[in-house]
Design a protein around this ligand. Structure first.
Ligand code: SF4
Length: 476
């Protein structure tokens, strides 16, 4: 006998603001929502309630979050706020008293409780047991994923409130991280981006304790974790790496081809005085560190971010930063003007730099770095590089991808076409023969400050080692 079931699943809208770390939290919440039978609404019109995952890092991000909350409230009347800004409910309630619930970052349970209260779940087992992929719901395309290894931070950088918002660092056991990576790779992920507030401090809070993975024991230490991830045969990319001495060993893994030769290391400044006032490490040692890394791994791509116009920054300090950039010739640079963050210690610092001076310094820094970037990018013309395809371009036969030196969302792209090839270089691939997520070899033909342009030579066969990992770890 067939049972008639009424099927009217509740729909939840979702707005995810902020950094990749917040994106990982969003994925966890979405996975749980689907597991409990809720559907995800693509528009406000269809949503019974809206969850806003906020960012509270700097003042413009707070404003962006508050206006997203206002917009969602106006459209649906039922809004649940989570994420970084959720750690400061008074800021939210002051502006938007009609918000239904506020939870802090990483509080998937709190968000789910609020959703269930606001719109009780559909009890229909046919809709509440929606099959999920082995890794839950991912907001990133299937071929890359963020792997969050820790939450919180043990530093006290004077411009940052993350430690106040998210607390001291709490790391995940290495086994847990590795099993997640294993499932992701088994499900088709080809690139893993390792993230935390301070990735190189991973495991400090656990005293690097061991945990089980594939029948063996792995220490919660970045070197051990990166080694194991490298064995999976996928692209492994390191983000937010603080320049501790043990990073040399991570760079050795890069030189051995185990993980991508890419290091995202936020240096923030180069003037010893400003670094001290920011409470950042490495004053006076940054150039030596970079030289050493490049000696270990000459093809290393270094990405960094800098703040200009920090309180007390004189023209002399700024010149030190420019001199450093000229010497260091970093591959990718992000720069921001200093922006006050409520509750950050630097907010009380003297020597505020006027806005127009900040902007002028930012423009000078970017001009210098663009020249360096262009030189470095042009040096790649004529070489053959591996590129992971993220998307199709508008024109048929055109593809958009990234090299091993480009992280999604923050670095440049490689625009490539199928076509006639120079004699002896390879064979032309017919248009349509490359899919999103494929890794291809590309002949670089042109370059600008950020992007490369070239022709696809061939598709690189994809052979992750995941099925072999058990055998490998049992072998010793
Ligand atoms: S390392 Fe500094 S900037 Fe980064 S999260 Fe920690 S306190 Fe903030």
């Amino acid at each position: 006998m067939m049972t008639q079931v009424s099927s009217d699943p509740k729909k939840v809208g979702f707005i995810s603001l902020g950094c990749p770390k917040a994106l990982v939290d969003s994925e966890r919440i979405l996975t749980q929502l689907r597991a409990e039978g809720y559907q995800i609404a693509p528009t406000y019109d269809e949503a019974d309630t809206v969850i806003v995952n906020t960012c509270g890092f700097i003042t413009p991000a707070v404003e962006e979050s508050l206006s997203a909350i206002g917009e969602a409230l106006e459209a649906t009347g039922k809004v649940i706020v989570t994420g970084c800004l959720g750690e400061r409910p008074e800021t939210i309630m002051e502006r938007h008293p009609k918000v239904s619930a506020v939870t802090g970052s990483q509080d998937v349970d709190g968000v789910m409780r609020a959703v269930r209260e606001l719109i009780p779940p559909d009890q229909n087992p046919f809709t509440s047991l929606i099959p999920l992929g082995p890794t839950g719901i991912k907001l990133t395309p299937r071929h890359y994923a963020y792997l969050k290894v820790a939450e919180g931070c043990n530093h006290t950088c004077s411009f940052c409130i993350i430690p106040k918002l998210r607390g001291l660092q709490v790391s995940r056991d290495a086994g847990e991280v590795l099993y997640e990576a294993f499932r992701l790779v088994a499900a088709g992920t080809k690139e893993l981006m390792v993230i935390a507030q301070d990735t190189s401090a991973y495991g400090v809070d656990l005293r690097y304790r061991e945990s089980e993975f594939q029948g063996g024991q792995v220490r919660a230490h970045l070197v051990d974790l990166a080694t194991k991830l490298g064995e999976m045969g996928v692209w492994v990319r390191m983000h937010y790496v603080y320049p501790y001495p043990h990073v040399d060993r991570i760079v050795e893994l890069m030189a051995q081809g185990k993980i991508l030769p890419y290091l995202d290391v936020p240096l923030q400044h180069a003037s010893p005085k400003i670094l001290k006032s920011m409470r950042r490490p490495g004053a006076g040692k940054q150039l030596d560190t970079i030289r050493r890394w490049r000696e270990i791994c000459p093809e290393l791509v270094i990405r960094s971010t800098f703040i200009v116009g920090f309180p007390g920054e004189t023209e002399e300090d700024f010149q030190l930063l420019l001199d450093f950039l000229e010497e260091a010739r970093l591959d990718r640079v992000g720069a921001f003007t200093y922006s006050e963050v409520e509750e950050a210690d630097a907010t009380h610092f003297e020597g505020l730099v006027p806005e127009e001076v900040k902007q002028e310094r930012l423009a000078r820094l970017m001009e210098l770095q663009q020249r360096i970037s262009l030189e470095k990018q042009r040096a790649k013309i004529g070489s053959v590089i591996e590129v992971i395809i993220d998307d199709y371009n508008e024109e048929p036969g055109q593809l958009i991808g990234r090299s091993k030196g480009d992280a999604p969302g923050i670095d440049g792209s490689v625009f490539c076409v199928h076509g006639e090839l120079a004699e002896g270089v390879g064979r032309a691939l017919p248009a349509g023969s490359v899919k999103i997520g494929d890794i291809v070899r590309v002949l670089v033909e042109d370059a600008d400050e950020y992007d490369l342009y070239g022709e696809v030579l061939e598709v690189v066969p994809w052979r992750p080692n995941v099925p072999l990992i058990g055998a490998l770890s049992h072998a010793h």
